[in-house]
Design a protein around this ligand. Structure first.
Ligand SMILES: Cc1cc2nc3c(=O)[nH]c(=O)nc-3n(C[C@H](O)[C@H](O)[C@H](O)COP(=O)(O)O)c2cc1C
Length: 360
């Protein structure tokens, strides 16, 4: 089953952000914004296969996020093969391979955007992941692919008693990348990926060298659309979209099949709220007007509390400091926001957040 084709175009999804779009934020986004799809934060296949337990957190998700994709990165084909089985077993709707991360500790090891310099390995990794998906769908058991016993045990503990004896299916594979390494290399790099026939290609309009600086190059993304034309492979554009008005404008100009929004959703899970109006405006060729009013301070506060409680429930008080950046992002755009922010970023748990809110 391929969920990609069931979503009304343009697809408007939440871009994965390590340290930000965890299961807790994705739940809040799903409830208050409803993006068309979500992805996990990127997760190292090598770390999973070495027995690191971080993936239990990374691969946690809730039903309301569906369709939800697991995003992985790495450079070892065997690990891609094994982790593809894990992703299928855990019930994800799709598998996305990160070939866009510019962080030194990722790209310098030849992973993430580092793969733009090594297209042969990129192809090998895609094929290994696809073989993993297909073998799993054909009935291969996790016990028989050489996973370490403790990894197997962790996966089993996450499966919530799911059984796959009857209904195994292949899930679609997609790739998220950038427009080049140190310059726009769309004409060399993108055809390599298209030849592997992913279901979708998400393209951030910056090079690795740009990191997050400058502006995303939407002309380069438009060129990707041209290259993919007639292949049936969906192209999702990404970079600097902050509102549904931005989405309408970029989709109109480039013809992308969809978009991903990342930083625009920080402290703003509501950014997706008007997506149906955006789709309607695009379908009818009419002007887009934001349909819903600005988010009130009351709603901000309610969601900030909901997010805090959910975060603590999922990850425990010990990890609460990781919630503080979200609190700071929520505290914007209303009178007294700066004072709240200063107190929120010291909160040690959800009860303290509630206390700050009550104190006003
Ligand atoms: C803090 C942070 C973490 C990110 N982590 C990931 C990641 O895990 N996987 C990924 O594919 N992209 C990651 N990205 C890139 C975003 O998904 C997105 O491509 C980029 O931010 C551009 O889109 P935007 O302008 O809408 O934010 C990250 C970006 C940021 C800012």
């Amino acid at each position: 089953m391929n969920f990609w084709h069931d979503i009304e175009k343009p697809i408007i999804g939440l871009s994965p952000m390590d340290g930000v779009t965890d299961a807790s934020f994705r739940l809040v986004a799903a409830r208050h914004g409803r993006p068309d799809l979500c992805m996990t934060e990127f997760t190292s296949v090598e770390a999973i296969c070495c027995g690191a337990d971080g993936f239990v957190r990374d691969f946690a998700y809730g039903e309301c996020e569906r369709p939800v994709l697991a995003q992985i990165y790495g450079r070892t084909p065997e690990a891609f093969y094994q982790v593809a089985h894990v992703v299928c077993e855990l019930g994800f709707d799709g598998l996305d391979i990160n070939m866009g991360c510019p962080a030194k500790n990722v790209a310098n090891k030849g992973c993430g955007a580092g793969l733009i310099l090594n297209p042969r390995l990129a192809v090998t990794l895609i094929r290994a992941a696809r073989r993993g998906i297909e073998d799993w769908a054909a009935g291969q058991r996790l016990e028989d692919i050489g996973l370490a016993p403790d990894v197997l045990e962790r996966v089993r503990s996450m499966c919530h008693g799911q059984r796959w004896e009857e209904e195994r299916r292949t899930i679609p594979l997609s790739v998220k990348t950038r427009v080049g390494y140190d310059r726009v290399q769309v004409d060399e790099w993108i055809p390599v990926l298209l030849d592997e026939r992913p279901a979708a290609l998400s393209v951030h309009g910056r090079t690795l060298k740009q990191m997050y600086k400058g502006l995303a190059d939407w002309d380069a993304i438009a060129r990707v659309v041209e290259l993919a034309r007639g292949t049936g492979i969906l192209v999702l554009g990404n970079g600097d979209l902050k509102s549904m008005a931005d989405v309408v404008e970029r989709v109109r100009r480039t013809g992308v099949d969809g978009v991903l929004l990342g930083r625009g959703a920080m402290g703003n899970p509501w950014v997706f709220r008007d997506k149906q109006w955006a789709k309607d405006a695009l379908a009818r060729g009419t002007e887009f007007d934001a349909a819903t009013p600005e988010v009130s301070q009351e709603e901000r506060t309610r969601v900030l509390l909901e997010h805090s409680r959910h975060f603590e429930g999922l990850w425990g008080e010990r990890r609460f400091p990781a919630m503080r950046k979200h609190l700071a992002w929520y505290c914007k755009g209303f009178r007294g926001a700066a004072q709240w922010r200063a107190r929120m970023v010291q909160a040690r748990n959800a009860a303290e957040v509630a206390h700050i809110v009550r104190a006003g």
